[in-house]
Design a protein around this ligand. Sequence first.
Ligand SMILES: Nc1ncnc2c1ncn2[C@@H]1O[C@H](COP(=O)(O)OP(=O)(O)O)[C@@H](O)[C@H]1O
Ligand SMILES: [Mg+2]
Length: 254
Amino acid sequence: MAESLAILVCNRKGGVGKTTVATNLASQFAGQGWNTALVDCDTQQSSCGWLRRRADCNLPLSAVDAHSNAGLLTPTLRLKIPADAQCLIYDAPACSRGFDLTDLFRRVQLALVPIMPSPIDLAASRSFVNDLQRTPEHRSGRMAVGLIANRVRGRQLSSRGLREELGSWGVPVIGELRDSQLYVYSAGLGRGIHEFKGQRTAPDRDIWHQIYQSVLTMTQRTRPEPVPVQDAPRTTTRPVIRFGPQQVPTTGQA
Ligand SMILES: Nc1ncnc2c1ncn2[C@@H]1O[C@H](COP(=O)(O)OP(=O)(O)O)[C@@H](O)[C@H]1O
Ligand SMILES: [Mg+2]
């Protein structure tokens, strides 16, 4: 089997949309037929909670609890990630919580950074993106870096400033997410934007499809061949959450 596509969603700051981007990306890839694992590295376990809120799981999607209390990935992570996963999305905690991202840089082909349109956020994110650009993984071409502008309000002066500012960083901006209750609502349901129907959400679905295509271009990947029927990822009526040895599953299957 080809090496899994692995994407890290990260920013030094909290509350900028890392979990929102990671969960929507996971749902988008799973919706396109990739057997997807959402790897939650945060002690808050927001991504695992998102999947657990689904009433059903008709997508090839599972969540993996990867946090450890030492500010590192759990040592048993390799055992928890499904061997047949074709796409891994790592949801990183804010670095202010002392989490060390170095191990993750070695695992991924793309680091995606959600950015919010405020001067304080921009300054903090700029220095974080500079640090990403200086990593050996990025300098050697093994890890691409991309930005997602989040909570953008079309007519706001700050958003126009955001576009100009981001355009000058020399890093591709692969999507712009509008500031919308749709993101709060979908997170409450444990669903991705692409799973909604109707005209009102059509522009948001287009944005996510564009982000999906940009990720494939930046990582030089194509959609995997459909798995043969006998090996097809198991679709479940409940989402699958993989737990560490000490934890007790509250829903889904261990
Ligand atoms: N584009 C958006 N529009 C409206 N609310 C958003 C948007 N993106 C994120 N949010 C909300 O902002 C809060 C923080 O987002 P979250 O993804 O949890 O950030 P992080 O993982 O970086 O801490 C959440 O309540 C989330 O629902
Ligand atoms: Mg989060």
